[in-house]
Ligand binder design. Structure first.
Ligand code: MN
Length: 278
């Protein structure tokens, strides 16, 4: 499956606490194909799963088993450690199109107990024909029930045609990006095609969005995290030894067990900064 990684990039590693954004699809699914990601661990982050189309079955080591569909949010808080699998459910014929986002947890929260929440009751606003879903944070007084541990916002914008416009108010203390998933948008007059991340000028009080076609975009923003994070594989920590220790825990069978997924755990790679055995 083709995946476009918007975050992290060399020039931009964090947007607020948002630290990772993968855009997958749209891709046709015919039962056997689709997504199949075996059990793997996370620490120090929240995974934010969002679909534009299709369906994905989530299982985790807390015993959660949750189908996610467009308009619904799966929010997994890894904290000190959790294991999950994600797969296209058997018999699914929907095309698959979505994003996997990560939010880094701040120092005071990153060792917390793991948790999983499914939100199918997110605020949806119609702003002059732009349908805005508030995944996290608030917009126009509407607040997502999803819990974040730093000030941040995540919005999906959906339009049915070109020439839809939205004057989006921004918090000038936040960092923001606009990520176009399909279709196209102009961001303050700049044409942004799919999989190009537009970085909003710091300190902006608002941004003018205009669609150039039917499609979807995400707006991600947040208060600067103000912490140096170390990211590797599925882990967000602060130091390389901490990342190595997490890999060792996983290799020793730790972080928990996912029941119901038919297939092996994904082994941890060897940290690239360690000397090789030969
Ligand atoms: Mn994962």
């Amino acid at each position: 499956m083709a995946v476009a990684r918007a975050l992290p990039q060399r020039a931009r590693r964090l947007v607020g606490a948002w630290c990772f954004a993968d855009h997958f699809g749209p891709v046709a699914v015919d039962g056997a194909a689709g997504m199949r990601v075996g059990p793997h661990p996370h620490i120090g982050l929240q995974t934010v799963s969002w679909l534009v189309a299709g369906e994905v079955l989530h299982r985790d080591s807390l015993g959660s088993e949750q189908l996610i569909r467009p308009g619904e949010l799966n929010l997994m808080t890894a904290g000190r450690g959790i294991v999950h699998s994600e797969e296209t459910p058997g018999g699914s014929t929907w095309p698959l199109h979505g994003v996997q986002l990560w939010v880094a947890l701040p120092e005071a929260e990153r060792h917390r107990e793991p948790a999983f929440h499914h939100h199918s009751d997110l605020p949806v606003l119609d702003a002059d024909g732009v349908r805005v879903t508030v995944l996290m944070g608030s917009l126009f007084g509407a607040t997502s029930p999803a819990v974040a541990y730093t000030p941040l916002v995540g919005l999906e914008l959906a339009v049915d045609r070109a020439e839809r416009t939205l004057a989006l108010p921004l918090d000038p203390t936040y960092e923001y990006v606009v990520l176009v998933l399909d279709g196209g948008f102009e961001v303050d007059g700049l044409v942004v095609p799919p999989d190009v991340m537009a970085v909003v000028e710091p300190g902006s009080l608002g941004v003018d969005l205009r669609s150039t076609a039917a499609g979807h975009a995400l707006v991600l923003g947040g208060a600067p995290l103000g912490e140096e994070v170390a990211m590797w594989w599925n882990f967000v920590a602060r130091t390389r030894p901490e990342l190595e220790a997490a890999a060792a825990v996983w290799s020793d069978g730790g972080f928990g067990t996912v029941h119901g997924f038919r297939g092996p755990r994904i082994p941890a790679p060897v940290p690239w900064w360690l000397p090789t055995a030969d």
